[in-house]
Design a protein around this ligand. Structure first.
Ligand code: GLA
Length: 730
């Protein structure tokens, strides 16, 4: 899969359908990118012309000088600042003498079996025979700077994973001010840029724009990946469809500040980069120290957006998500947040649990409000002591009672936070991230704990551990409800304050790692005010993440479409909630709410003791549907068929089992229009040469008929109606 052509000095990374090629320039020893795209065979051509380095007057044999003109077009595999490449750089540094130039040249490389692991960071992994690894070492000996570039190629997916490690091998400190994890140079073919944008309660909506000259992209400066923009971008054909056109997809395995950007230069060349956001980033490398950039994933598809999605899904299922729950049906939960908010006690929770048990729900999750004097969201974060006024009899009593009803028990915590009105803050005001002498800005009336400090980290970890060990708790919802601001850590000297954003994420990862190690059988659902930290970094620790605080079935169509564009359906926390919906006031059929939630982990978030009897009566049927279809939804291949966010009328997606024997189509007819003929839905992923039986009607259809002529969708009456179509191979 990875080859090195000794005479041409070319590296070729082959995935099942793609090739990624770069090599060493003969004159200067620069690492130059040549090609990324459809798989190339190993022809005897000399592909090095693709660098264009030999076109112009840059090289000495043409201009008869040492170096001339600028390297402003050179497709550097890992570019640096200060040497005449005026585009953005993969690496920017600052030396003690105030200079910023660095010039990296090839030193050595190593091709190994397997996948390298970067301690302390989430990342992809592979079993024996599943991956190959290339490490290329570059160096600037004049300043003692060495860079190792890592590339991993997997046998079973069209993804390449990259990262970089920077070493200071000099005598004086080097400050890193910009470190990208991946870069890519491409000829522009009138490409578009696809990104995901959003806000609280409307995360990950897709957006296309034409790539224009200058810089464009998405980023976060919030200390987490964020609701607003997503650590993902794709460079796509102008006429991209689900099944046709080129796509270069990028995703960052990181949960903090990121940048994902492309620029179009004066020569109509695209330069793409993804890495930690350089905003407020200044990392001091003492002589002998190193810094590892998080992993970034690249994937290329020439068969449309659908293939990109399935490549990401396959990488994350097989090589990123470690949880033992990944391939398991998750317990159907009922969460009391939208049911009670802060107004609950043992009796109320047991009443919900009792009713839930009677309809087949399998777990009660007690959300925010069970600790300290947490009667509203203005106080008590950090005081992880059970409030026995509410939880009468204590936590163990409640959990035991819930277990006696046949339900598992799950709990909510927001470990990284501290309320100014808390015993913890009164005892340790300096544990919060804030600037001494400045009145800190609050968000949801809370501050962020400085978990980069060992004593704060230990205390926080012990609080989590004590609660989890105090009763039979089988699920944890780990929340994070504000972003970082007014950065200052009492644990860092002035010249290391620029490390705080990243150190914070590393401390979070250490704690999640400890959690996974200490409680291997705990089901973890990460969350951040809904979906503000729904990223591959967090998926390394938890198999599912709460997708959005917006549980409205129609809003969820766009949110889940954007999320599932990258992440498997099995990772998306999705619940049936009460109507009128608490985020938008919309009333949708209970059945539709169920169908949309079935595309994720599935559960309920409502007061089952209060909802209308007709709705309650549907729950056992929904529960049965979940048990019937979850293996298929969780493990199957996912295809987008129609996008409500594109057509404004209806949405549809389907999953096909890995063995191709069954498929489930979900169709949501959002807005009904009068006097229209029946709609035919073109399915995907079936075997054109086989027949399928529609389980509901018993009718037989050819796979080719369903994919090329379309499935005849049933007419619906009224808005927000939905249908499930289950197809079985005959
Ligand atoms: C966040 C979560 C919600 C809920 C509340 C509790 O907003 O996304 O699901 O847990 O916090 O305060």
């Amino acid at each position: 899969m990875i080859t090195y052509n000794e005479s041409e000095r070319i590296f070729k990374l082959d995935t099942p359908n793609t090739s990624y090629i770069f090599g060493i320039d003969d004159k200067f020893g620069y690492l130059m990118h040549y090609y990324y795209g459809r798989k190339l065979r190993n022809a005897k051509d000399n592909i090095r012309y693709l660098s264009r380095l030999y076109d112009g007057d840059v090289l000495p044999e043409v201009n008869t000088k040492d170096k001339n003109s600028f390297l402003d077009f050179a497709p550097f595999e890992y570019s640096t600042g200060g040497i005449g490449d005026y585009r953005s750089h993969a690496l920017e540094i600052l030396l003690e003498n105030g200079t910023t130039a660095a010039e990296l040249k090839y030193l050595s490389h190593r091709i190994t079996k397997g996948k390298s692991v970067h301690e302390g960071l989430p990342g992809t992994f592979a079993k024996e025979g599943e991956a190959e690894n290339l490490e290329v070492t570059l160096t600037d000996p004049e300043i003692g700077l060495t860079v190792e570039l890592f590339y991993a190629v997997f046998a079973d997916t069209d993804c390449i994973v990259r990262s970089a490690k920077i070493y200071n091998e000099g005598q004086t400190p080097i400050y890193l001010t910009r470190v990208m994890s991946t870069t890519l140079n491409l000829d522009n073919k009138d490409y578009n840029l696809l990104t995901l944008h959003g806000s609280w309660a409307r995360e990950r909506h897709k957006e296309f724009r034409k790539i224009g000259h200058g810089y464009q992209g998405v980023s976060s400066r919030r200390g987490e990946s964020g609701h607003q923009e997503h650590p993902f971008m794709a460079i796509t054909d102008r006429n991209l469809t689900e099944t046709t056109g080129e796509v270069y997809g990028f995703n960052f395995i990181y949960s903090g500040n990121f940048t994902a950007e492309v620029s179009l230069d004066q020569f109509n060349l695209i330069h793409a980069e993804m890495g930690i956001n350089p905003y407020n980033f200044k990392w001091k490398l003492e002589p002998g120290d190193s810094f590892t950039a998080p992993e970034a994933v690249m994937t290329y598809s020439f068969n449309g957006l659908g293939d990109m999605t399935r490549s990401f899904h396959s990488l994350y299922r097989n090589h990123l998500i470690r949880s033992p729950f990944l391939h398991m049906k998750r317990p159907i939960l009922i969460n009391n947040w939208e049911a009670t908010y802060f107004d609950f006690d043992t009796d109320k929770l047991l009443a919900i649990a009792k009713e839930a048990a009677s309809v087949g729900i399998e777990m009660l999750v007690m959300d925010d409000g069970w600790f300290g004097n947490r009667y509203d969201d203005n106080r008590a974060l950090g005081d992880w002591i059970v409030n026995e006024e509410k939880i009468k009899g204590g936590l163990k009593f409640l959990v035991d009672e819930v277990n006696k009803l046949g339900l598992k028990f799950g709990i909510w915590m927001e470990p990284e936070m501290i309320s100014p009105d808390s015993d913890l803050y009164r005892a340790h005001p300096d544990w919060a991230i804030q600037i001494p002498g400045r009145n800190p800005g609050l968000s949801r009336n809370q501050l962020v704990l400085d978990i980069t400090r060992p004593e704060v980290w230990e205390h926080t970890w012990n609080s989590i551990k004590t609660i989890l060990e105090s009763a039979n708790i089988e699920y944890l919802k780990w929340d994070m409800n504000r972003q970082l601001a007014e950065l200052y850590s009492a644990g860092l000297p002035a010249d290391r304050q620029g490390e705080l954003y990243h150190r914070y994420v590393l401390a979070l990862y250490r704690m999640q790692e400890k959690l996974v190690e200490t409680f291997p059988n705990l089901l973890i659902e990460n969350c951040s005010g809904g979906g503000a930290r729904f990223d591959p970094g967090m998926l390394y620790y938890s198999p599912q993440i709460w997708t959005s605080d917006d549980t409205d079935a129609i809003e969820r169509l766009s949110i889940q479409e954007g999320t599932a564009m990258i992440y498997p359906l099995s990772t998306m926390g999705a619940h049936v909630s009460d109507c009128p919906n608490h985020a938008v006031g919309r009333v949708t059929p209970f059945k539709t709410r169920g169908h949309v939630a079935l595309a994720g982990t599935f559960g309920y978030e409502l007061d089952i003791t209060k909802i209308p009897v007709e709705e309650r009566a549907q729950i056992p049927f929904q529960v049965a549907q979940y048990h019937k279809y979850n293996d298929l939804v969780r493990e199957g291949n996912y295809y987008r068929l129609a996008s409500f966010s594109d057509n404004g009328e209806y949405d549809a997606w389907m999953v096909v089992s890995q063995d191709g024997t069954e498929a489930l189509v979900t169709y949501v007819d959002v807005f009904k229009h009068p006097n229209v003929k029946s709609r035919r839905l073109l399915l995907q992923g079936l075997d054109a040469s086989k027949e399928y039986k529609d389980a509901e009607s018993g009718k037989i259809y050819g796979g080719d008929t369903l994919m090329y002529a379309g499935y005849p969708l049933p007419g619906t009456w009224g808005d927000f109606k939905s249908t499930l179509i289950h197809l079985e191979l005959c």
